[in-house]
Design a binder for this molecule. Structure first.
Ligand SMILES: Cc1cc2nc3c(=O)[nH]c(=O)nc-3n(C[C@H](O)[C@H](O)[C@H](O)COP(=O)(O)OP(=O)(O)OC[C@H]3O[C@@H](n4cnc5c(N)ncnc54)[C@H](O)[C@@H]3O)c2cc1C
Ligand code: FES
Length: 259
């Protein structure tokens, strides 16, 4: 992990409210792995004290470039969307743990909303290693799909709330509709809104499958000092920090009803 001034290569809108940022990764820096994130600050936004976390969505070692996909939420992401190629960002990374390796059965990757980034990176990395992951991506509508689907090394199953593309309904509806042996012992890797991850956890528990979730809590310090990102641990009064112990956790560790 290191802190550096990262040059922006591109910062393009890919759908309404969604942008993709491509930036230079330091040559001598440790390469980010699927599940890991960066903590970012936009120089010149002086009233924003806290850094903001974003999952790495792609890494090209040959070009020395990394990417994130981000959604405009508030002040920091709005400011980030105005940054131009050639400008620099204050980046710390790579941070956090990674998705564990699959258990030998076909891995099942599930992404939705801003949780798409780490799932795309994990899916493309597994495909490059010769795996055939089942990747199920959920969208509210069709707008994000053309841009993202064009660069996947796998054929994703698409689900939209409105049924405009792919299966109508949520990713959990789709997975629940598969035949009982449809997931054939594969572990689940999930990133997206908490209700989606809780739904995947409950499906995995029903089928006795391992399920890994990448949690996206609001963060304070980003380095384990403030407990601002803590999540409640199931069956105990303990908490775990997403920034240092996570962001990837076994889903059975998370107290889903207390989030
Ligand atoms: C490990 C990790 C990885 C992440 N990866 C991505 C990513 O790849 N792409 C992406 O778009 N976002 C990602 N996020 C969320 C991102 O950090 C927030 O959207 C961002 O910090 C919002 O900053 P802001 O100043 O624009 O909005 P703020 O003004 O800080 O917040 C605007 C609204 O968004 C809510 N919000 C802020 N942060 C979060 C959060 N972490 N989770 C849920 N709601 C939040 C706030 O409650 C508020 O309602 C990730 C978060 C974590 C912890
Ligand atoms: S953000 Fe401060 S401990 Fe995680």
């Amino acid at each position: 992990m290191r802190q550096y001034a990262a040059e922006i290569i591109a910062n393009a809108q890919i759908a309404t409210g969604y942008f993709e940022l491509t930036f230079l990764w330091p040559e001598e820096g440790e390469a980010p792995r699927p599940g890991q994130f960066i903590s970012l600050k936009s120089y010149g936004i002086t009233d924003l004290i806290l850094r903001r976390p974003f999952a790495v969505s792609a890494f090209d070692a040959a070009k020395g470039e990394a990417r994130i996909v981000y959604q405009i939420k508030g002040e920091a992401t709005r400011a980030l969307a105005g940054r131009l190629a050639g400008e620099r960002l204050d980046v710390i990374g790579p941070l956090g743990n990674t998705f564990p390796a699959p258990n030998g059965a076909r891995p099942v990757l599930v992404g939705g909303g801003v949780g798409l980034g780490p799932i795309l990176y994990h899916g493309n990395t597994l495909a490059a290693q010769g795996e055939r992951p089942l990747v199920v991506l959920g969208f509210r509508g069709a707008s994000l799909i053309p841009e993202l689907a064009s660069r996947c090394r796998f054929e994703p199953v698409l689900c939209t709330d409105d049924g405009s593309v792919g299966h109508r309904g949520t990713v959990v509806d789709y997975l629940r509709g598969l035949p009982r042996d449809g997931l054939s012992g594969g572990e689940l890797y999930v990133c997206g809104p908490n209700p989606m991850m809780a739904g995947c956890h409950s499906l995995a528990a029903d089928l006795d499958l391992a399920c890994w979730v990448s949690m996206e809590q609001i963060m304070g310090c980003g380095v384990g000092a403030c407990m601002g990102c803590a999540i409640p641990i199931a069956g105990s009064a303990a908490y775990a920090r997403v920034c240092t112990e996570g962001p990837v956790f076994p889903s059975r560790m998370v107290a889903w009803t207390s989030l």
